[in-house]
Design a protein around this ligand. Structure first.
Ligand SMILES: CC(C)(COP(=O)(O)OP(=O)(O)OC[C@H]1O[C@@H](n2cnc3c(N)ncnc32)[C@H](O)[C@@H]1OP(=O)(O)O)[C@@H](O)C(=O)NCCC(=O)NCCS
Length: 165
């Protein structure tokens, strides 16, 4: 039995260890991390999954960013412990996280990832949105959380500034 709950401050380093286990070394050199440096994840959206013994089995985080000046969520990292991959947990984390994002009033979300995995959750290529280089443009994917929220949005993804969204 796996339970999902919001990530708490005390979970931080345990989640970092899970990400270190699940991603290739050097993950923090990715350009997406430059959008996260020194900026806290969005409170309440990041989730942890724990088994009945309390062992961390998965986690997802969301950061605020701006795209052409507009507020957007950057989904990720998301990871599931190798012993639990393929059981649907990644999907639950993503769907629950997106539902919380809608409830929180966010209009648009993007990520850098594999389209064959994320298209099942409604993500598709954002042709006119540029992540900081070097990022493969084919991996820049997005989803509108309110109708038409990505329509006509064209420009760079930049670090978050301000409070409102
Ligand atoms: C990607 C990840 C979060 C998915 O979590 P999960 O719980 O294993 O995924 P689910 O059980 O919800 O879905 C499994 C399905 O996704 C597919 N899948 C997983 N990763 C995939 C990928 N990169 N590309 C295409 N399909 C992928 C599996 O083949 C499986 O397909 P099936 O349903 O047809 O059998 C997990 O595998 C993981 O932590 N990977 C390492 C870290 C990582 O790459 N994170 C994503 C960064 S973009």
């Amino acid at each position: 039995m796996i339970a999902l709950m919001p990530e708490k401050q005390d979970d931080w380093w345990e989640v970092e260890a899970l990400y270190d286990l699940c991603f290739a070394p050097g993950r923090e050199a990715l350009s997406s991390y430059r959008l996260r440096d020194g900026i806290p994840p969005v409170p309440g959206l990041s989730l942890v999954a724990r088994d009945s013994d309390g062992i961390l089995t998965g986690a997802i985080r969301f950061w605020p960013v701006r795209v052409a000046g507009l507020p957007a969520l950057l989904l990720g990292p998301v990871a599931v412990h190798p012993t639990h991959q393929g059981e649907g947990l990644g999907g639950v984390l993503i769907r629950d996280g997106l539902a919380a994002a809608v409830a929180g009033g966010w209009d648009r979300v993007l990520l850098v990832g594999d389209a064959p995995y994320y298209q099942r959750f409604g993500f598709s290529r954002l042709e006119r949105v540029r992540m900081p280089p070097p990022t493969n443009p084919d991996r820049v994917l997005g989803q509108a959380l309110s109708p038409g929220a990505w329509d006509g949005v064209e420009g760079d993804v930049t670090r978050w500034s301000g409070d409102a969204h």
